[in-house]
Write a protein that binds this ligand. Structure first.
Ligand code: CS2
Ligand code: MG
Length: 425
């Protein structure tokens, strides 16, 4: 790149091919186009506005080659730092600029990050079932697709819907308004919240979950044998004491990781969990900066950091988190659900191929139409992903097709305890 190109446009594309995605498109005077994912599930339009109203005007006329300077300008220059909306916006710009740098130099982004340190990236996918036999069927189906690592979630006896369990559409976790499979209505008839259209409300019972989870995961381990990597996500729902007890109860299951045992806003509580169990812990999908990872990494309170390439400020910032984590032998296992777009997944894979302490990538997959809107060079084969060798991120967005799927308001579900109070989810 000559260093003389300039950004002439920064446009936000919102599309909902089954679920909402927000995408940033940066165009340069030399005609290069860079794509960045800006999707923040359930709060999509806040990021779209942040980009359109506050960031796009600042990008016009800037040198697209100056990725780090633009990152610093948007992060430090805004005064109001951090937070998911800001950092997703910064991340989208960062991804688009790396994409442009790759296209300008004719190199896939992973080459610009130092080149491949591995041949392919191990990934894990999701399997869920309303009860254990159905979960085992779902796990088997994913093994047949070649997956070597599977996250197992199941319904809990006595509860209706449980977040993370969706048998009919494996590429989707529940979205609001999504009706549970017949026979799994909430026992007390709760549906959407009391104030009109809004999030689906679910009942949560920690004691019932804690009675069920060890049995459920032991059954999966017995069914699959010792080799399959098994993961489980607690979705932030436990107290430190409960988390420690669950960790101990799961030690014989030999999990690859137990995820988000507590909300982790108060990171000191993880010391208690760590003292009582050796179960590997993964945390960080809701973190946005290296600062939120600092205590967990430097005190070695986690084994895997889950920060996402979009929500944590892009490729540039995820690499900083990886570098800090490497010092403490903490590995990366980035967030990659179907609510981040194939643009973000591709970006994460470029980091994954070039980062020594990258352990595993979450990969739920997408509905077929999503692959048509976001055409990508990355590919899945035999339990592994590869970013491909196209210049840049290797993504092209079909804008005409995207325009056929207008935004649809959507929320993540909300969980209440049996007494009606809101629980962490
Ligand atoms: C989940 C996510 O993939 C995961 O580990 O925790 O599905 C998360 O709940 C959603 O991305 C929220 O948008
Ligand atoms: Mg999770």
């Amino acid at each position: 790149m000559s260093g003389t190109d300039t950004i002439v446009a920064a446009d936000v594309v919102i599309t909902s091919p089954g679920r909402n995605f927000v995408t940033l498109k940066i165009t340069t005077a030399e005609g290069l186009v860079g794509w960045g994912d800006a999707t923040l599930n359930g709060r999509e339009l806040a990021v779209a506005s942040y980009l359109r109203d506050h960031v796009a005007p600042l990008l016009i006329g800037r040198d697209p080659a100056r990725i780090e300077d633009t990152w610093q300008y948007l992060y430090r220059g805004a005064y109001w730092r951090r937070g998911p909306v800001t950092m997703t916006s910064v991340g989208a710009v960062d991804l688009a600029l790396w994409d442009i740098k790759g296209k300008a130099t004719g190199q896939p982004v992973y080459q610009l990050l130092g080149g491949a340190v591995r041949d392919r990236i191990l990934c894990y996918t999701h399997a869920s079932g309303w009860d254990v036999p159905r979960l085992l069927d779902a796990v088997d189906a994913q093994r047949e697709r070649g997956f070597r690592a599977v996250r197992a979630q199941s319904g809990v006896p006595g509860l209706g819907t449980v977040y993370g369990v969706s048998e009919n559409a494996p590429a989707h976790e529940q979205t609001p308004g999504h009706k549970p499979a017949s026979g799994h209505e909430q026992p007390d008839g709760r549906g959407p919240g009391p104030h009109g259209p809004g999030p689906q409300e679910e009942i949560w019972d920690t004691d019932a979950y804690l009675r069920h989870a060890p049995e459920m995961l032991a059954a999966v381990r017995e069914h699959v044998g010792p080799e399959l990597k098994l993961l489980h996500d607690v979705h932030h729902r436990l107290t430190p004491g409960e988390a420690a007890r669950l960790g101990k109860a799961l030690e014989a299951v030999n999990l690859f990781w137990l995820e988000d045992v507590t909300p982790a806003e108060n990171q000191e509580v993880l010391r208690h969990v760590r003292r009582h169990t050796t179960v590997p812990l993964a945390i960080g999908e809701v973190f946005n900066t290296v600062w939120e990872c600092q205590t967990l990494i430097t005190e070695q309170l986690i084994d895997f950091v889950r920060t996402c390439v979009t929500h944590a400020g892009g490729i540039s910032h995820l690499r900083r988190i990886a570098a800090l984590a490497e010092l403490w032998q903490v590995r990366l296992g980035p967030h990659g659900p179907s609510d981040i777009s194939p643009v973000a997944l591709g970006a994460s894979l470029h980091v994954g191929l070039s980062t020594p302490n990258f352990a595993i990538q979450e990969y739920m997959g997408y509905e077929p139409v999503v692959h048509e809107v976001f055409r990508h060079a990355w590919s899945y084969e035999d339990g592994h992903l590869h970013p491909g060798d196209e210049p840049g991120l290797g993504i092209e967005v079909d804008e005409a097709l995207a325009a056929r799927f207008p935004y649809e308001p959507a929320y993540l579900p909300v969980a209440r305890r049996r007494d009606g109070s809101i629980t962490d989810w």
